[in-house]
Write a protein that binds this ligand. Sequence first.
Ligand code: NAP
Length: 459
Amino acid sequence: MSLTTYFMEATYLIASILFVLALKGMSHPETARRGMFMAEGGMFMAIVGTLIGTHIMTWGWILVGLTIGSIIGIWMALFVPMTSMPQRTALSHAFGALAAALVGVGEFIIHGAEMGVVTRGALGFEVMLGALTTTGSLIAAGKLHGTIHGKPIQFRGQNAVNLLIFLAMTGSFVYFWSPSHSHRGVLHHAGRGVCLRRDASDPHRLGRHAGGYVAVEQLRWPGRGGTGFVLGNNVLIIAGTLDGFSGLILSVLMCKAMNRSITNVLFGGFGSVIAEASAESGGVMREISLDDAAMQLAFANRVIFVPGYGLATAQAQHAVRELGELLEARGVTVKYAIHPVAGRMPGHMNVLLAEANVPYSQLYEMEQINPEFPSTDVAVVIGANDVVNPDARDNPNSLIAGMPILEVDRAKSVIVLKRGQGRGFSGLENPLFFKPNTNMLYGDAKSTLSHLAQAVQHV
Ligand code: NAP
């Protein structure tokens, strides 16, 4: 092994260790920031290792990519608001997956003809999963941004169409995987033409260029993602495995938090039975004045804040912390109840409250806080809806039946901060708003909380 290879492998080893430590750090809010720095350090080492490696064909394109990527990255870091973080994350997933798929396609074009069956199989999976993740993440980003409406897109025969697409995809995969060499030979040469830009003036070779692009398209569409294995790159194998499995574990946890099976998430539309699923609400929503709400809070012994997506859209995290501090100064015990799928991305509420310096010791997970609601004087729901919908617990016909909820309705008094009569992500009515112990305080959560804080000071 040359000195360069030794150095490259050493940087990869350090990068891999940093990735493992980063994941460990990110598993708790207190160490999450350190975890992020470790992940950045790991990524830096991996990039350095790759750049000193021997596979670089041209620096020009790398510099162009670095420049464009850095400009977009810096712009996103500076200007994308916290409220758009979920869709921003989805876009990152899409581009990461696209990169993996394209690397796979490039590998096939250059080395496809010499590849063994196992490597070709891994490459096929890499490209298949990469492309699937790309389109899936783009749809997710569109939905989270509101560009694509949140209701499930369903049509007659949808599962049959999906099955057909799946069969076409696996069929293409098997075709490229098969030991017949003729088509791969053509693709191989065509691909080399594209990659190495040889003799572009020759019309026959131009024909091959076109073949190469068609091949790319054919491979992109049937294929998707296991780059490290194919490239024999250790850091990619480790990082890819960590990424894949942490994603899988997260998916399982999210499904559990919504009481939905993985198959239901993959093949069922959330809103497919919306018509028969609306709650037995009835009654009226009672409004409370700001002063009365402030009075309740100021004279309470125990208050629990329950943040949801509305807190994120209103950017009300600082305002709630200020109100919480004022109440604590008056001797009120203040806690925050965090539902695992509150907001629009895992950990959404934790991130927002941490940004506002709410102490971690005041954040309670659903299982911990639920038994405390009956002894709580006031539960303040801040832009949360689905995660506090008692229908999930009480109405077996509800679309969200069985989804674990924060049981705020069991508190002595509930004050709900929202702008109007809007429904939650699921589109369902929420009977909590009609309960006798619930009062509605309408308005944007941030300004309502600020006004409440002012009013509490005058009590
Ligand atoms: P939600 O059900 O989406 O409800 C949010 C509520 O906030 C709405 O009813 C809205 O009512 C109110 N709101 C919006 N803007 C507001 C503002 N500026 N000020 C005050 N209120 C405002 O939220 P959630 O209870 O947090 O539930 C999360 C939902 O998202 C769940 O169904 C979950 O499954 C889903 N989801 C979660 C994730 C995740 O990773 N966490 C990802 C995708 C989907 P008004 O319009 O009347 O104000």
